[in-house]
Design a binder for this molecule. Structure first.
Ligand code: MBD
Ligand code: FE
Length: 288
């Protein structure tokens, strides 16, 4: 009799749950983003009144019942209990905040940060190989380019933070069983503002279906998919930081992203090469 060791190591797989990734995202947000805006009471009042009045109008217009009101109340409680406030807000609200924030920038387009950024990823120089597991699955990808100012000046020593999902659509530090910093890194441009990043193409991402966000999606008959994407933050002294995502052509959800975060300027044009794909994308930063 032979024993299948590969199968036996899978007997107690750690399963990615909405509650676990939600708890991690909530913990990250509360520890990294504490800087509360010092908003004057008049503005708090204005914004709160307008949001509440949009809710009141919806109730009147559609004659929302007590059963529906109680379903909403139960659902909102569940968003908190499954730790999904970061996911809910970043999927359904952040894209408009980003649209307003980026309105007057001339350089590279940005898009939403999402819930899975972790600061201080390992520093990998200007020709970087992102950390991967032995036998990391997927298509090898060389992502290269240059960072310049709007006037074309190359920006040496610009800092590019990159993070993305693996070929199963999972992020390290949020899904279980993936080593810390897997597919995450901090890259610095060389004297010409250039960089080279070796990684493995991410898969499309499905937001967790077993938590409150998943309940909303199934109750409304929506779908939970984001197209495959790379997340980036690009920064240089004296320039505005850009937070963005880049997408791959032909992805079924580029036109239909649950998080509404795709822009035409953010779709890459990769070429097939020996052993994988290669793509060049340049970043342009506005003065601070
Ligand atoms: C993601 O990977 C993401 O980028 C966003 C915006 C929301 C949920 C998951
Ligand atoms: Fe993402």
């Amino acid at each position: 009799m032979s024993i299948d060791h590969a199968a036996s190591t899978d007997l107690s797989p750690e399963v990615a749950t909405a509650a676990a990734s939600g708890a991690n995202a909530t913990e990250r947000f509360t520890s990294d983003k504490q800087a509360a805006a010092d908003t004057p009471p008049e503005r708090v009042s204005l914004l709160a009144r307008q949001v509440l009045s949009a809710v009141h109008d919806t109730i009147r217009e559609h004659k929302v019942t007590y059963d529906e009101y109680n379903a909403l109340k139960a659902w909102l409680i569940n968003v908190g209990q499954t730790g999904e406030w970061p996911l809910f807000l970043d999927v359904w609200v952040e894209h408009v905040v980003e649209e307003v924030a980026g309105e007057s920038r001339e350089g590279s387009k940005g898009t939403i940060e999402g819930p899975y950024y972790v600061p201080n990823a390992p520093e990998l120089g200007s020709a970087a190989i992102l950390p991967t597991r032995d036998g990391e699955q997927g298509t090898p990808l060389l992502f290269q380019g240059q960072v310049t100012a709007v006037d074309g000046t190359p920006l040496a020593h610009a800092v590019i933070e990159i993070w993305h999902a693996d070929s199963d659509g999972f992020y390290s530090q949020f899904a279980p069983g993936i080593p810390e910093w897997n597919l995450r890194g901090t890259v610095t441009t060389d004297d010409q503002g250039q960089f080279w990043i070796h990684t493995m193409k991410p898969a499309p991402y499905q937001i967790p279906t077993d938590g409150a966000c998943g309940n909303l999606i199934s109750a409304a008959g929506w779908h939970p998919w984001r197209p495959a994407h790379l997340h980036l933050k690009v920064a240089a002294d004296g320039y505005q930081q850009v937070t963005t995502q880049l997408y791959f052509p032909g992805d079924a959800h580029n036109d239909d992203d649950v998080a509404n975060a795709v822009k035409p300027e953010l779709i890459l044009d990769p070429k097939d090469v020996d052993g994988g794909q290669e793509v060049t994308y340049d970043f342009v930063l506005d003065k601070a």
